[in-house]
Design a binder for this molecule. Structure first.
Ligand code: EPU
Length: 428
């Protein structure tokens, strides 16, 4: 198993290019199931979650070719059942259900298990499929959806915590091939939903309103192959902005969409940083004194839950009392215990982390628990004295393309080593 050794307190400077969005690419790859023609998707990031999705598509009978960032998928003859072993590895595999149901009238997927970031039900996805006319049966850990013909209708997708991103994707994909008009109310407004809608429109789907809470889909008889370039990953971009805030002397994030990052850049401005935007580039500079802030995660365009852990790392060394509340995943705070091991002063009250900034963190062995938590530990390591040893780094490879190489190119010193090498290094 690999670990990362982050040698702290190296200044970051320069520019970094942002990769394609993981959370856009995953449902877009699944959408290729909606047609027998070839789909070509560009700027697909090289991540283990993407690899799982391509394995799932192959197991369903798709021909999949990948050459650097371009993926070609041809779903001519497909099955509608996926093996548990592959599906259980990634919750996003649930988004193959919508396209399978839309095209083949049936889909069987393993129910996603518990997740370290909290309870992640799929009741809203299932409610949406039922409204479209599918019969849902949960049996032996699998969820089976059957619908000889889907019929358009009005679906209210808002749950207790607000809208659902993959739920909106799933229903939108199924509805493209349903008879008549589907209206999704309470739809997720995330840029990744808009990117998927744009791809579906290129395939011949009739969709209006993506990016608002009301999406209208007029079903068509069939969809065709299409080409599409995935949007830049706003969470990777946000993570690099926070890395630069922590230890930067002027860093530019390139090939991004600044509009997608407004809530993050405004939080960083409030925290005392200077942000300059020019075209598809965002530059961040230290601007005198850092300030404590309060953040509430919200669906887009609010502050993203996927940036909560990274902000905890930044605020743990910002003098004063900061507060971060995660209303979307109230249990997504596994990183706090690890940050505390590095010397952070944080108390969790319900879904709110109260962070009292300390003057410095110290390197320590820490455990990555999920994707964004592991990014937060890398960021904490950048500002810590000494070496931070991050275990279970496979979590970070699920969603960040070469984060260590990209940070090293900016001036960081991060080593990726096998566990046995660490013991040798220490005994010397
Ligand atoms: N929810 C329900 N019922 C459902 C679906 C969701 O109650 O049927 C609740 C969830 O428990 C949560 C809230 O609704 O409290 C929002 O969850 P959502 O469905 O929007 O999450 P998701 O679609 O499963 C995507 C991203 C996550 C990101 C969330 C929120 C992908 C592959 N995943 O998940 O990304 O945190 O939206 O923005 O797009 C990550 O990249 O690290 C990650 C976890």
């Amino acid at each position: 198993m690999e670990k990362m050794l982050v040698h702290g307190r190296r200044p970051l400077q320069g520019s970094v290019k942002i990769s394609g969005s993981k959370n856009s690419a995953l449902p877009i790859l699944a959408a290729a199931l909606l047609t027998r023609d070839t789909c070509t998707i560009q700027r697909v990031p090289d991540l283990s979650d993407i690899h799982y999705m391509l394995t799932i598509l192959s197991s369903l009978g798709c021909e999949v070719e990948r050459a650097s960032g371009t993926v070609r998928i041809r779903a001519e003859n497909i099955r509608t059942e996926t093996p548990y072993d592959i599906v259980r590895k990634m919750r996003a595999s649930v988004c193959i259900m919508g396209p399978l149901l839309g095209r083949e009238g049936e889909a069987t997927v393993s129910l996603p298990g518990g997740c370290v970031i909290g309870d992640r039900p799929i009741d809203l996805h299932l409610k949406g499929f039922e409204s479209l006319g599918a019969a849902i049966r949960v049996q032996e850990g699998n969820v089976k959806a059957l619908a000889p013909g889907l019929k358009g209708t009005t679906i209210r997708l808002r749950g207790k915590q607000g809208s659902t991103v993959l739920g909106t994707d799933n229903i939108m994909m199924a509805a493209t091939l349903a008879e008549g008009v589907t209206l999704i109310e309470g739809a997720a407004e995330e840029p990744e939903v808009v990117d998927l809608a744009n791809f579906l429109i290129k395939m011949g789907a009739r969709i209006e309103g993506a990016g608002t809470s009301r999406i209208i889909i007029e079903g068509v008889r069939e969809l065709q192959g299409a080409e599409h370039e995935v949007i830049p990953d706003r969470i990777e971009a946000g993570t690099f902005l926070v890395a630069a805030a922590i230890s930067g002397q002027g860093v530019t994030i390139r090939q991004t969409v600044p509009d997608h990052l407004q809530s993050v850049t405004s939080a960083l401005r409030e925290a005392g940083f200077r942000i300059d935007i020019a075209g598809d580039a965002i530059t961040i500079n230290n601007n005198g004194k850092r300030r404590p802030i309060s953040i509430n995660t919200k669906p887009h365009p609010g502050f993203p839950t996927d940036m909560q852990a990274q902000m905890c790392a930044l605020l743990s060394t910002t003098e004063g009392l900061s507060k971060i509340t995660d209303n979307i995943f109230p249990q997504r705070f596994m990183h706090l215990a690890e940050l505390k091991r590095m010397g952070a002063d944080i108390e969790l009250e319900g879904a709110t982390a109260a962070i009292r900034g300390v003057s410095h963190l110290g390197g320590a062995p820490v455990m990555a628990s999920d994707l964004r938590a592991s990014a937060a530990l890398v960021l904490a390591g950048l500002q810590a004295d000494g070496i931070t040893e991050i275990n279970r780094v496979y979590h970070i490879d699920r969603g960040y393309e070469s984060i260590d190489e990209k940070l090293n190119a900016l001036g960081a010193h991060i080593e990726r080593v096998k566990s046995s090498h660490i013991k040798n290094a220490k005994s010397r």
